[in-house]
Design a protein around this ligand. Structure first.
Ligand code: ADP
Ligand code: TRP
Length: 335
């Protein structure tokens, strides 16, 4: 049997996880942990590009770790670690940065968007965000990277950096990593406000979090934008309704199929649909929320998981860095 392929992915500790993170990324992590050699990390270095509050950072890291565990990641089946606990990441980032060009970094969609939103804070870390992400992936010589659709361009860049390094130094150290989703298509879970993807940092009513309670969910769904409804059969569906049905499909495909049918008949009542959707969402979120709260209370377990993950990740990282250092002509220094 060929050796299992390696998987790496990460989520930034910038807030509680939402359904987009779950269906775009985390659900895949849980499924892959038993069939692949998996590394899942909490990308705290990445969160520094937007200057988080130092007082909250450690708590946010633990919260994401608790959410990973509550969703079913098993620290004995995969390696769960915090990015900054493995500073080897920063060394590989430096080595890769020597072959990352300003022009290509400036063209990255995520950089352009962040620079537009925060013109007062266009730092070098933001510009080189994709290089750090490539370092995360190449550090374990990963083949597959389960992520949502918004990360596609970053993955293409990681492939470029892998290929470039191998070619320049005439080695075959880094596999070209692929963005991965079980369905074959990367997913983008829409937000509730009808404007695009569900996101942690979007403000207001946009995201449904794994920590939301029943009332919060009901209120968010009630407030979600709708139109006045179809005037008869066969009317084209507005994007806000399509988005709500897409979310509905994720948590209960029967409800989604039923109300899609009613929409096309022209007989849907949004009030009924929203009540049904909120109930399905709560059914889905409630057990995860309870589990998050339970895991979060056990600080010493969380510390133990982080320490165990750090050790396993450092071993894999040191091996890769020795190869990369040697290829470049630097002395291998990891044992
Ligand atoms: P956010 O965008 O909410 O700040 P992150 O950037 O930390 O979250 O994303 C972590 C993972 O979750 C990435 O793999 C990302 O592609 C995925 N993800 C985030 N939002 C969505 C979404 N709305 N749909 C699908 N996947 C998503
Ligand atoms: N950049 C990713 C995001 O914003 C998070 C991330 C950091 C990541 N390093 C990674 C994802 C490595 C996959 C692999 O969502």
């Amino acid at each position: 049997m060929p050796p299992a392929q390696t998987v790496l992915s990460g989520i930034r500790p910038t807030g509680n996880l939402h359904l987009g993170n779950y269906f775009g990324a985390l659900k895949q992590f849980v499924q892959m942990q038993h069939t692949h050699r998996c590394f899942f990390m909490i990308a705290d270095y990445h969160s520094l590009t937007t200057h988080p509050n130092p007082a909250n950072l450690q708590a946010n890291v633990k919260q994401v770790l608790a959410e990973y565990l509550a969703c079913g990641l098993d620290p004995n089946a995969c390696t769960l670690y915090v990015q900054s606990h493995v500073p080897e990441t920063a060394e590989l980032y430096l080595l890769l940065a020597m072959h990352a060009y300003k022009g290509e970094l400036e063209k990255t969609a995520s950089f352009k968007e962040k620079a537009r939103k925060h013109p007062e804070n266009i730092n070098a870390g933001l510009l080189t965000y994709p290089v750090l992400m490539a370092a995360d992936i190449l550090l374990h010589r990963a083949h597959k990277v389960p992520v949502g659709k918004d990360q596609e361009q970053h993955l293409e860049m990681a492939r470029d950096y892998a290929r470039r390094f191998n070619r320049l130094y005439r080695v075959d150290i880094f596999p070209e990593p692929e963005a991965f989703h079980f369905t074959g298509n990367l997913v983008k879970v829409p937000g509730l406000d009808g404007t695009g993807k569900m996101g942690k940092s979007e403000t207001g009513n946009n995201a449904l979090f794994l920590t939301d309670n029943e009332l919060v969910i009901l209120n968010k769904i009630k407030k979600a934008k709708t139109d006045t409804g179809p005037k008869g059969p066969g009317e084209a569906m507005p994007v806000e309704i399509a988005n709500l049905l897409e979310i509905s499909h994720l948590v209960n495909s029967e409800t989604a199929a039923y109300y899609t049918g009613l929409y096309h008949d022209g007989s849907i009542r949004y009030g009924d649909f929203k009540k049904h959707l909120a109930a399905d969402l709560w059914n889905f979120i409630e057990p995860i929320k309870k589990q998050i709260e339970e895991v979060r209370r056990d600080e010493s377990y969380l510390e133990q998981v982080m320490a165990q993950g750090m050790e396993k990740a450092k071993e894999s990282a040191g091996r890769t860095l020795n190869m990369a250092r040697e290829a470049i002509g630097l002395k291998p220094i990891y044992f």
